[in-house]
Write a protein that binds this ligand. Structure first.
Ligand code: 5GP
Length: 204
């Protein structure tokens, strides 16, 4: 394979309701060798969520123990619950040659950027705040208070866009997905991703 055995790291953040989760899911089903790292959270599972697939759902005590054990590359409190990226799971994914995507909030992204200078970060924007509000309202599980909370948070989060490498506006889903794929494909073509062993072979 042309690429080095160890995969790249992609960090994807967005305000709640921008469509990040679906974009990341579609990305991993359309492109080979790219996986999402399963995070740990203290949030209770939503209907249809599967343990160890969507998240690993644990209690706060267990979460605090994992922090103390140094298991998290980053962790943060988001909407009142704790979320963390497992260092060992992420390492395993990348060692197996997969690129890894972290779907994490802006606080987590800051920590990963500081810890892993090689990560590529992508910020997903909604086309406007009114579209974001409409999307949040159409999610049956969101109460009016929760929508206000998420809208206020979104306004603060959006200002973080400048700290990311790429910005993608999710207006037309298919187009946003194409852009996301383009970022990953471009990253895979970087000269420093070329496996020197592969290079030696083609030079013979
Ligand atoms: P949800 O509970 O809706 O699945 O996710 C809420 C927020 O937590 C999203 O912005 C998501 O990106 C973020 N999140 C999910 N996993 C992690 C994680 O491991 N670390 C951090 N910092 N944020 C996470």
């Amino acid at each position: 394979m042309m690429r080095k055995a160890r995969g790249s790291l992609f960090i994807v953040s967005a305000p709640s309701g921008a469509g990040k989760t679906t974009l990341c899911q579609q990305l991993t089903s359309f492109l080979p060798d790219i996986r999402q790292s399963v995070s740990f959270t203290t949030r209770p599972p939503r209907r249809g969520e599967v343990n160890d697939k969507d998240y690993t759902f644990i209690g706060e005590e267990e979460f605090r123990k994992l922090i103390a054990d140094g298991e998290f590359l980053e962790w943060a409190k988001v909407h009142g619950n704790l979320y963390g990226t497992s260092r060992s799971r992420l390492e395993k994914l990348r060692e197996e040659g997969n690129d890894a995507i972290l779907d994490i909030d802006i606080q987590g992204a800051r920590q990963v950027r500081a810890a892993d200078g090689h990560g590529v970060s992508i910020f997903i924007l909604p086309p406007s705040l009114s579209v974001l509000r409409a999307r949040l309202a159409s999610r049956m599980s969101n109460s009016p208070e929760e929508i206000e909370l998420r809208m206020n948070r979104a306004k603060e989060e959006i200002m973080e866009y400048k700290n990311y490498d790429y910005v993608i506006v999710n207006k037309v889903f298919g187009e946003a997905l194409e852009r996301l794929k383009a970022v990953v494909i471009a990253e895979r073509s970087r000269a420093d991703r070329v496996d020197p062993e592969w290079m030696r072979n083609i030079m013979q």
